[in-house]
Design a protein around this ligand. Structure first.
Ligand code: MN
Ligand code: MN
Length: 468
């Protein structure tokens, strides 16, 4: 080509030796429509699952529809068989049996389905100056000031005295009321404005307005609280004592929407990490005859450090793998030792408005694909998994073999902060693991943003991973 001839020696050498991750919209514009189509299903998933329990229910529905059946311990399975196992309503494992024996290794893909939110305290309902409120205790790392004046929906379950469990959901259906935390008007905020941002709203100020009309009876001391409780009783049969046997979560009522005139992004609550949960689940569903057995994990409690028996720092994955190893007559140690895992979680996308907390050469960018994160952690990689060069090479080869757009990225500049994922808990099991996920803008805010092209390429990466 004539153009090629005009290139200088240095220009050609630069092309050969340098590397820059491209904008997918420039390199593969045909993907824009494919990604938009893929994200229609993603938005539905986001709206159906705003808590880990709801995500598990949605996942079970999708898995059952695709032919997955509950895993039966001791049963013999054939390559191509598909099973799932739910852990205490809050996390779920799905498997497609591979052609290779289990002790040759497994392909594990773990994402989390819990997101930062406001949990009701065990004794939440109170009345003050004739307004009824819920007291909350925040879950996960939130910037508290972001949660005031945002319409909130109520989600959760309560176990009644007779043992029956009821599901609660208010604020999601058209015409439903929502709930809200108040904040000061600027006219009276001079003193509050002097607070540090982290204390813009304090933990004990995250009080949610739930009612303001009284029960008509002069003899009642807290008539607005009584009215609120009466309405909950009429709707769900709840009494105040039932709150002690409940898990009630307040989450943004906003539905998933397109962002931008070009509709290039999805804006929604809880995309960390349901964006990886959805893409992982779709890849699992569409994997029919893998070489190696797949284990797709949608886990709970990542946002509070993977604690509890539904988090990855418990033995539930190990026990599931032991059950799989047992029916295959192999040692679970070999299954782990030869295993390869993606810890699929989001990373912070470079934000031009706050560029100073990023290091531009090692940040992830929207529209450049899924981000492979060698290590997370804080300070000197403290708390990180730090994947090996060999593990990086295997995952990169899988992605490049399937023409997946991916990028490398760190979580912010050195010493700006940090974070962790489930990777280190999988590594504890003697498994090779690395973080891979979608770059997110405004992570952990009530409304997070991701690029549709990145979502689509993450799904493609997960599909490629289950092929190798
Ligand atoms: Mn996450
Ligand atoms: Mn998170």
């Amino acid at each position: 080509m004539a153009e090629e001839k005009e290139k200088s020696e240095g220009k050609l050498l630069e092309e050969k030796l340098f590397w820059k991750f491209p904008h997918i919209g420039k390199m593969a514009p045909e993907q824009i429509e494919e990604a938009a189509d893929f994200c229609e299903g993603y938005k539905v998933f986001l709206n159906e699952g705003k808590t880990e329990r709801e995500c598990v229910l949605t996942a079970v529905r999708m898995l059952e529809k695709a032919g997955y059946r509950p895993f039966e311990r001791g049963k013999q399975y054939q390559p191509g068989d598909k099973v799932y196992q739910v852990n205490r309503h809050k996390s779920i494992l799905a498997t497609t049996f591979g052609q290779e024996p289990l002790d040759k290794g497994v392909r594990i893909n773990g994402a989390h389905i819990d997101s930062p939110r406001l949990d009701l305290k065990p004794c939440p309902l109170y009345e003050k100056n004739e307004i009824a409120f819920f007291k909350t205790h925040y879950y996960g790392g939130i910037r508290k000031y972001q949660w005031g004046t945002v319409p909130l929906a109520l989600h959760g379950v309560a176990v009644k005295k007779d043992g029956t469990t009821i599901s609660l959901c208010i604020g999601e259906e058209p015409g439903d009321p929502v709930f809200c935390i108040s904040d000061l008007l600027p006219h009276l905020a001079a003193k509050q404005n002097e607070r540090k941002l982290a204390e813009g709203l304090k933990g004990e100020e995250l009080n949610i307005i739930v009612g303001s009309l009284p029960f008509q009876d002069e003899a009642v001391k807290e008539p607005v609280k009584l009215m609120t409780m009466k309405l909950l009783y009429e709707k769900y049969g709840l009494t105040e004592a039932d709150f002690f046997r409940a898990e009630i979560e307040m989450v943004p009522a906003q539905k998933a929407v397109d962002v931008g005139l070009d509709r290039s992004m999805v804006g929604a609550y809880g995309q960390d990490d349901r964006v990886c949960a959805y893409t992982a689940l779709m890849a699992e569903l569409e994997t029919l005859h893998p070489k190696y057995t797949t284990v797709t994990i949608l886990t709970d409690k990542e946002e509070i450090g993977s604690e509890g028996n539904t988090g990855m720092n418990s033995a539930y994955l190990k026990h599931y793998m032991e059950d799989l190893a047992e029916i295959s007559g192999v040692s679970v140690r070999d299954v782990f030792r030869n295993g390869l895992c993606l810890s699929s979680d989001v990373n912070a996308a470079f934000d031009p408005t706050f560029s100073e907390v990023f290091e531009a050469n090692n940040a992830s960018y929207v529209n450049k694909g899924c981000v492979l994160t060698k290590y997370t952690g804080a300070r000197g990689k403290s708390g990180a998994n730090d994947a090996s060069a060999e593990t990086m090479a295997r995952v990169i080869a899988a992605m490049e073999g399937d023409h997946v757009y991916w990028q490398a990225g760190e979580l912010g500049a050195v010493d700006q902060g940090g974070g962790g994922t489930i990777a280190k808990y999988v590594a504890q099991l003697d498994v090779d693991v690395v973080d891979l996920g979608v770059p997110v803008l405004s992570m952990h805010a009530p409304f997070e943003m991701v690029s549709k092209l990145d979502v689509y390429n993450t799904y493609k990466a997960f599909k490629a991973f289950y092929k190798i």
